[in-house]
Write a protein that binds this ligand. Structure first.
Ligand code: ATP
Length: 408
């Protein structure tokens, strides 16, 4: 096989840890082991992208090897043969090379130690199935048994074998994520497998699906992924009532400046009814905070309170307690007064919290409890109406209130 060495690219992408990788390669060699840089970091180096997470794989005992490295240990999992280390703000994961077999679709794999070549064979896509050798004599040599570099150059996502999505259907969701992130295409046989095996998503737990959706929502342009997922019939397999259209796509793009995954989640779930929202939360096991955002956006859509023009104080009264993500998603999904009121809340009212903190109010003689609540109401009214513009003016409102309505 042609020898390709990419040491200069490694230097350009991950220069802060190059010396460390060379040192680690020497230490591995001293005990007769081959050490590799693997997976996404290799792909990113070849793409000329900076990487901050380093994945290393050693042919042998990762825990024993890690004990020779001069790094801070974050955690280790002897049962999986993995260790997490840290160098400055760079995370370094070390694993032992292993092969995996799947007893039945969707099950957890059976694992055993192996060579790097066997380890690459269990990976998801050709572009993720490459490794750089770190041994001193061959530092930077590329191991690329599935022509991942060629696929990377041609912009193609390709599985390693036709059983891949059946072994692990989360790979369908990963495939869509990489396609959207890099603007790649599916190799035609891989596309056919997505269509044939999308039903296998039902073999995957809600937790695992949700984690993949969370990764989608954290991408730069999540709407591309959702658009593809809809077109390929994958969105319906995630939850039968989820759909996608140009309007939602546009709302996602309008929300871009916030780069906030809860905001995107609210935009996605705006289309659901309350019972559907509850079913979606239950199926994908959304944690409390995300479940709250989903419930809020649907409640806002179904309530009519914001549909007519209202004063800032009334808008505040209606919306206080709602997460800003749900309110802003509502703003982007509606038109007219409802949208205007929601925008007012997020852009003008929320940033205008009282100048004085609760502690400062206490120091000025405002007792905690219902009286403090009334005082805050008075302050907000004054701020939202423009009566108060400075901390001094706010202090005056507090003093007047204390004089006119002395605390009990
Ligand atoms: P990202 O930039 O999205 O983090 P990554 O490639 O680093 O990309 P990880 O999820 O950290 O992604 O996975 C590391 C590597 O492990 C992948 O590059 C791939 O080789 C392998 N991998 C991860 N998940 C799977 C899977 N479900 N099936 C097969 N291989 C996988």
């Amino acid at each position: 096989m042609e020898r390709i060495n990419l040491a200069p690219q490694i230097r350009a992408s991950i220069s802060p840890v190059e010396d460390l990788l060379r040192e680690a390669g020497k230490i591995a060699q001293a005990s007769g082991k081959r050490l590799f840089l693997v997976g996404g970091v290799v792909r990113d180096i070849l793409l000329g992208r900076k990487s901050i997470d380093i994945d290393l794989t050693i042919e042998g005992d990762a825990l024993e090897f890690a004990s020779h490295l001069p790094l801070t240990r974050i955690s280790s999992h002897p049962q999986f043969g993995t260790v997490k280390l840290k160098e400055g703000n760079i995370n370094i994961d070390i694993a032992c090379a292993r092969s995996e077999t799947y007893p039945h679709p969707g099950s957890l794999p059976q694992v055993r130690w192996s060579t790097m070549e066997e380890d690459l064979a269990r990976r998801d896509f050709t572009i993720n199935a490459m490794a750089f050798l770190l041994s001193p004599a061959d530092f930077g040599d590329l191991l690329d048994p599935y022509q991942g570099r060629r696929d990377l150059e041609e912009g193609i996502i390709r599985v390693l074998h036709k059983q891949s999505f059946q072994d692990d259907a989360t790979r369908i969701l990963r495939a869509l994520r990489y396609k959207g992130r890099f603007g790649f295409k599916f190799a035609p046989p891989t596309l056919n497998l997505v269509l044939k095996d999308r039903k296998m998503l039902h073999t995957i737990s809600g937790d695992r699906i949700r984690r993949e959706i969370e990764f989608w929502l954290r991408e730069e342009e999540p709407e591309k992924i959702f658009g593809d997922a809809h077109q390929l019939g994958v969105l319906k397999e995630i939850y039968s009532e989820l759909s996608w259209n140009e309007e939602i796509d546009l709302r996602f793009r309008k929300a871009r400046k916030f780069k906030n995954s809860s905001l995107y989640l609210a935009l996605l779930t705006y289309q659901l009814s309350l019972p559907q929202g509850e079913e979606f939360i239950r199926l994908l096991k959304f944690p409390r905070q995300q479940a709250k955002v989903i419930r809020e956006i649907i409640t806002l859509k179904e309530s009519k309170h914001l549909e007519s023009p209202a004063s800032p104080y009334v808008v505040w009264e209606i919306l206080q307690g709602y997460s800003w993500q749900a309110v802003y998603a509502f703003c982007l999904s509606q038109e007219g007064p409802a949208s205007h009121n929601a925008k007012l809340y997020v852009e003008e009212l929320l940033p205008k919290s009282p100048f004085l903190s609760g502690r400062e109010l206490k120091e000025r003689g405002v007792p905690p409890g219902p009286y403090m609540g009334k005082m805050l109401q008075r302050i907000r009214k004054a701020r939202f109406s423009g009566e108060v513009k400075t901390p001094e003016e706010e202090k005056k409102v507090v003093e007047d209130f204390l004089r006119s309505f002395p605390p009990p």
